[in-house]
Unconditional design. Structure first.
Ligand SMILES: NCc1[nH]cc(CCC(=O)O)c1CC(=O)O
Length: 332
């Protein structure tokens, strides 16, 4: 069979290379290389070039909420994509804002199969959260993680820690300030640092589980999305071949919920969709106040053919429970 798309891509990039925009951290570069390898595997005649782009979030050492919040991880890359300085952009979906529309004329054409969604505990000596005494200091910049720690372990203290994942772990090891970090399992896996995982946190609180701290994942956790210009037909067709349907379903359910909650980047919102063994799509959503002492939660099932409806049902349920109040109360 003639490879029509292959030929189309060769023609499209005959004058140069397919340029892939990415953030510059080791984790981002690893993800970008994964996407580059996929493209090279599919269309070996097309040259692929990684274009590392520093975003305002990477350049700003302080609190992200002071930077204006919206899209600090994506703004500069969005701009390069719209100006056709890059042809695709690779993002952690967790970092793509839910309260602003995607830049006009761009869309996520592919989601790669979802990686582990769970958060993990990293300590110097491998001790778990249960081992940490009252007053121990946990490093995390995530309002979602802080609220859930507050809900289950209000005796622990938390403090913001920023920077690339590898440098956070180095800081934990060397400066003795933090007793533990909470990080994404997927990020550590991409950095080949899974040996540092002291405890994988469950995504649900189960008394039978010894009452361990639960961490409902962030919307989009473990999902790499590939964005392109919708008018760029050959590229959009290529992305469509890479798109993993079950992951795309999860993503649509979770992000519909996030849009309807109008969550800003500083709102403690968690959401996790998955296909259950009986073929239904489930979505678990939670919204917290800052210290986790107040929250709303919803778990609903729906038709896997219509993830958006499930997302909006869970959002409505959360809104009926006062989610909007929780979100506005956490806005700075
Ligand atoms: N906010 C940073 C960020 N964005 C995505 C990941 C990990 C990979 C993922 O969940 O997609 C991380 C690191 C972390 O939270 O520890």
């Amino acid at each position: 069979m003639a490879d029509a798309l292959g030929a189309l891509l060769v023609e499209r990039f005959s004058g140069g290379s397919l340029r892939l925009g990415t953030r510059t951290s080791p984790m981002a570069m690893h993800q970008a290389q994964r996407v580059a390898d996929l493209i090279i595997g599919r269309a070996p005649a097309v040259k692929v070039e990684l274009i590392p782009i520093k975003t305002s979030a990477d350049l700003w050492p302080g609190d992200l909420s002071e930077l204006g919040g919206k899209g600090t991880f994506t703004k500069e890359i969005d701009r390069a994509l719209m100006a056709a300085q890059v042809d695709i952009a690779v993002h952690c979906m967790k970092d793509v804002p839910g309260d602003v529309p995607l830049p006009a004329g761009t869309a996520f054409g592919a989601y790669l199969p979802r990686d582990d969604v769970r958060d993990v505990v990293v300590t110097r000596d491998g001790s778990t959260l249960a081992d940490l005494p009252a007053g121990a200091l946990v490093g995390t910049s995530s309002v979602r993680r802080r609220a859930q720690l507050g809900l289950y372990r209000p005796d622990l203290r938390t403090e913001r820690i920023r920077g690339a994942v590898g440098s956070r772990v180095a800081k934990l090891d060397t400066d003795g300030r933090y007793d533990a970090l909470i990080l994404a399992c997927a990020g550590l896996a991409r950095l080949e640092m899974l040996d540092r995982v002291a405890e994988v946190l469950p995504i649900e609180f189960l008394p039978a589980d010894g009452g361990r701290v639960a961490m409902v994942p962030a919307v989009g956790a473990g999902i790499i999305g590939i964005q392109a210009r919708t008018a760029d037909v050959p590229v959009m067709q290529l992305l469509d071949e890479f798109n993993h349907q079950p992951t795309a379903r999860d993503m649509l359910a979770e992000r519909t919920m996030l849009h309807m909650l109008r969550g800003h980047c500083n709102s403690p919102i968690a959401g996790y969709a998955t296909t259950t063994p009986d073929g239904q799509l489930s979505l678990f959503g939670m919204v917290f106040n800052r210290d986790g002492s107040a929250w709303a939660r919803s778990l609903l099932w729906g038709d896997p053919g219509d993830p958006a409806t499930l997302g909006s049902r869970v959002a409505s349920d959360l809104l009926h429970q006062g989610a909007r109040y929780l979100i506005t109360a956490t806005r700075k």
